[in-house]
Design a protein around this ligand. Structure first.
Ligand SMILES: Nc1ncnc2c1ncn2[C@@H]1O[C@H](COP(=O)(O)OP(=O)(O)OP(=O)(O)O)[C@@H](O)[C@H]1O
Ligand SMILES: [Mg+2]
Length: 411
């Protein structure tokens, strides 16, 4: 099973539109469940014109198992039964406070239930922004898919702040007071205290001495030398991956200037220059998509132009965009410089611009349906032959579990 989250820094960027179309396309490869975790807006059930008999209300209040709350498409919306492997779990019909804003206990309950689902893909449509109901569902070693658009620059900045939040969540879990890591790595209580204080200072954007995690790393390296703790943080950064999809894409220049560049620069400057930032593709602005949303019939069912994904995959291979910007970079042993230098996003930006150009020259004439198909195909390419924790994950983690996993996976 692969769990992929879809999230955004601010609302209205097209998360739900993307999540639905992405999940539908993935379901051509195997059983796919889309879960509406933006539980206040019931947006998925409003965008899919099917009768919902059970939703998250029934899971939380009525004791149903999560898999009993799955709704599948019926013959009126999918007459040819082309999406038989697709199902969704709707949010409650109306705002119900303790289900709309669930607490830690409910989150844990849901996390266990999601981990227990039997599906090939699980797609989570999350709330906009960052609260515990978002952050607890994000994977630990990558961002899942972040959606932003050149039309809403504030959402792009907020999306890059999410990258920071996910990384800090992980670091805090690792270095929490009393963490077994201290005895494991032979670190005393005083240093533990100091380290947590430093993590706070790096996270504080007003603190200019520790600009980002690269500067923390250099400081730690100075203090500890080639200590495992230094390697652990370096490794965490080096292998962390950020994925994004540009919605309402509008030509290379505008999308680069108004979305990709500020996103990359903010991450490199405020988080770390070591992080891998990956463009999964874009979606054009489309009246048809909007109509499909409004009429609650998903795009691939909207008319009969749907082409089989394997055909698209072949077409994409021919266009040579399948792996564009997705090939794993060789990352050898992590080296940490002796001195901290101001981060330079130049190399990352060059790569992003190259990917944008390549994708654009090769796909500028494809349809809105193919936009979603090619993002799906590129995701499938990532699923193959990579570690599960590279893109999404095969399970969600409750607070505290990450340490166990970290040690297991590091071995
Ligand atoms: N590529 C697109 N072309 C045209 N309209 C779009 C496109 N993407 C999204 N929209 C429209 O923009 C609006 C917001 O989209 P959507 O609901 O998917 O965003 P969201 O990020 O899930 O919002 P929220 O944060 O409120 O959940 C909808 O009316 C949708 O139809
Ligand atoms: Mg939404």
């Amino acid at each position: 099973m692969r769990i992929i989250t879809v999230s955004s820094g601010k609302g209205g960027v097209g998360k739900t539109s993307f999540a639905i179309n992405y999940a539908l396309n993935l379901s051509r490869q195997g059983k796919t469940i889309l879960i509406d975790l933006d539980t206040g807006t019931s947006s998925i059930r409003n965008t899919l014109n099917v009768q919902v008999t059970r939703d998250l209300y029934h899971f939380f209040r009525k004791g149903y198992r999560l898999d009993e709350c799955i709704t599948t498409l019926d013959r009126t919306i999918d007459p040819k039964n082309r999406f038989a492997h697709f199902g969704f779990i709707a949010g409650p019909k109306r705002m119900i406070d303790d289900i709309t804003n669930f607490n830690q206990e409910r989150r844990n309950l849901l996390i266990d239930a999601i981990n227990g689902l039997k599906a090939k893909y699980v797609v989570l449509d999350l709330k906009a922004g960052l609260d515990a109901n978002v952050i607890d569902f994000l994977p630990y070693s990558n961002t899942g898919i972040l959606v932003f658009t050149p039309h809403l620059p504030a959402a792009t900045m907020a999306a890059s702040d999410m990258v920071k939040a996910v990384l800090f969540k992980k670091l805090r879990q690792i270095f929490i007071k009393g963490s077994p890591i201290y005895s494991e790595l032979g670190i005393d209580a005083m240093f533990c205290y100091r380290l947590n204080e430093l993590i706070d200072r790096v996270e504080d954007v007003y603190d200019e001495e520790f600009e980002n995690l690269d500067s923390l790393l250099v400081w730690l390296h100075e203090q500890l030398g080639e200590h495992r703790v230094v390697q652990l943080i370096a490794h965490t950064l080096e292998y962390f991956k950020t994925y994004f999809v540009l919605n309402m894409f509008n030509e290379v220049r505008e999308s680069y200037d108004k979305a990709v560049q500020p996103f990359v620069e903010n991450i490199v400057r405020n988080v770390s220059s070591r992080i891998n930032i990956i463009n999964l593709g874009w979606i054009i602005k489309s009246e048809k998509l909007h109509q499909a949303n409004c009429q609650a019939v998903p795009l691939p069912l909207y008319d009969d132009v749907f082409k089989k994904p394997d055909k698209t995959a072949r077409a994409l291979q021919k266009l040579d965009i399948m792996a564009q910007g997705l090939r794993a970079e060789k990352r050898g042993r992590v080296t940490i410089p002796k001195e901290y230098t101001k981060p330079d996003p130049g190399r990352q930006l060059e790569r992003q611009l190259e990917t944008l150009h390549q994708l654009y020259t090769r796909t500028r004439n494809i349809s809105i349906e193919q936009n979603f198909e090619y993002i799906t195909e590129r995701s499938l390419y990532l699923f193959q032959g990579r570690r599960v924790s590279d893109f999404g994950d095969n399970r969600l983690f409750k607070p505290g579990e990450i340490l166990e996993v970290l040690f297991q996976r590091a071995e």
